[in-house]
Design a protein around this ligand. Structure first.
Ligand SMILES: C[S@@+](CC[C@H](N)C(=O)[O-])C[C@H]1O[C@@H](n2cnc3c(N)ncnc32)[C@H](O)[C@@H]1O
Length: 410
């Protein structure tokens, strides 16, 4: 069962409040913004219980109450908006609920910072004027200025906005469909003059029909290459393709909880699988003898190595590659393994090879209760027991939820 099906199957009838968002319910970004926050947390607990009942009802688990988020609005540090166009007016927005070909104008998103909203509004106005101006280098594209998700053509695709909450600095990634980067020089000059907080700009060419803002064809065109974020005294550099927890305030809570629950001993070798920019590994390294991180995105590993240096963490090393491959071709004997995979969970070979490490303790950090329980069932069959199950709300107003599960070998 998928997460959405689980939610539909629940008998949850919350008292509705007036949505503070002008784009709700058309926009598919927030599903619960018209539900009072305490009830959102109740729903999230029910989702976990239902996901468990569906997959592994026999597994003994005591789920702790969800740790609530400190901020319920303006909490995201990263968002990607699609371009849309109506009556020659270009706008930015999120996809319409249940209709991924339709972009809803969402230039006042309550999940991202107010300045990010101003950036969207400014960019919309700039492009509307430019495609109509015969002296603009963009004018030749006036017939198909924005990407059509059904016809698969059009120049402008996404605007990615990344915000360092610590330093109030922005990294912008403009995604276009053709290698026409020189046409955007004027845009970058005026955008960065308008918003002094923008310290870094990239342009990505994404010419495939797949609906993603990610592409290796990315070029740094302005300012610094990274922005940095501080988490409880550690500083992390972030590149546009690197994963970083999207809720900075709650990331501090999440990592502190991982550190506490992992209960690492001074002689422990700790593995941080799916390590992104090395955040969890660096965060726990002071407690451990040695930490090894594994991550498949090159930019993230480059960030991770620099992050370790800048934070003077010397007992950590990073491997670039897929978890299943690195574990196949190297021999490790960790005491504690922390896994934080993508929503899809661990692929069978990665799971089998993680289990064959035979660590004393496994800490599974997951943003998807469905794949989490699927994997937990296999992990428990192989001789681990769940010792602690701690949900942490990183995504208020949406039905998504993070969980930390601590398992020990019998
Ligand atoms: C949920 S993120 C966790 C990142 C990190 N632990 C953090 O807290 O910032 C998952 C990470 O796994 C990486 N990833 C996805 N599939 C992978 C694979 N097969 N092998 C290694 N890394 C992978 C992604 O690039 C991403 O950085």
């Amino acid at each position: 069962m998928k997460l959405k099906e689980i939610i539909r199957s629940l008998d949850f009838q919350p008292v509705k409040i007036t949505s503070p968002c002008p784009h709700y319910p058309l926009c598919g970004g927030c599903q619960l913004i018209d539900v009072a926050y305490p009830q959102q947390l109740e729903l999230k607990e029910q989702i976990i219980k239902k996901a468990k009942a569906q997959t592994c009802p026999q597994l003994p688990v005591t789920v702790q109450p969800v740790i609530p988020a400190l901020d319920t609005t303006y909490y995201r540090n990263k968002m990607e908006f699609s371009f849309g166009c109506k009556d020659e007016n270009i706008y930015l927005g999120l996809k319409k609920r249940a209709d991924f070909a339709c972009v809803i104008k969402t230039d006042h998103c309550l999940l991202q910072s107010p300045i990010a909203n101003q950036i969207l509004q400014w960019a919309s106005k700039y492009f509307t004027a430019s495609f109509q101006d015969s002296t603009s280098p963009l004018y030749p594209y006036q017939d198909q200025p924005v990407w059509d998700h059904l016809k698969h053509k059009g120049l402008l695709r996404y605007l990615g906005v990344r915000h360092s909450k610590t330093h109030d600095q922005f990294l912008i990634n403009l995604v276009i469909s053709k290698d026409e980067r020189p046409l955007f020089q004027d845009f970058i000059t005026k955008l960065t003059a308008q918003f002094s907080q923008i310290v870094s700009v990239y342009i990505t060419v994404q010419d495939t029909i797949s609906d993603t803002a990610f592409s290796e064809n990315i070029e740094h065109v302005f300012g610094t290459k990274t922005i940095s974020e501080d988490l409880n005294g550690y500083q992390f550099e972030i590149s546009p393709l690197s994963f970083f927890q999207t809720n900075t305030t709650q990331a501090k809570v999440l990592y502190q909880k991982i550190l506490e629950l992992a209960d690492i001993q001074p002689q422990d070798l700790v593995m941080d699988l799916y390590c992104g920019t090395g955040t969890i590994g660096i965060y726990v390294a002071a407690k451990a003898r040695q930490v090894i991180g594994i991550e498949e995105v090159e930019q993230a590993v480059t960030n991770a190595r620099l992050n370790a240096q800048h934070n003077q963490v010397t007992n950590i090393e990073f491997y670039l590659g897929r978890v299943k491959n690195i574990l196949k071709f190297n021999k490790f004997e960790p005491n504690v393994v922390i896994v934080d995979p993508p929503r899809s969970g661990l692929v069978p070979k990665a799971l089998q090879r993680t289990l064959s490490l035979q660590a004393r303790k496994l800490v599974y950090v997951s943003c998807n209760p469905v794949t989490l329980f699927h994997d937990l069932q296999i992990i428990c069959k192989s001789g681990y027991q769940i010792k602690h199950f701690q949900p942490v709300d990183m995504f208020p107003n949406t039905y998504h939820l993070e969980s930390i599960v601590v398992l020990e070998r019998n």
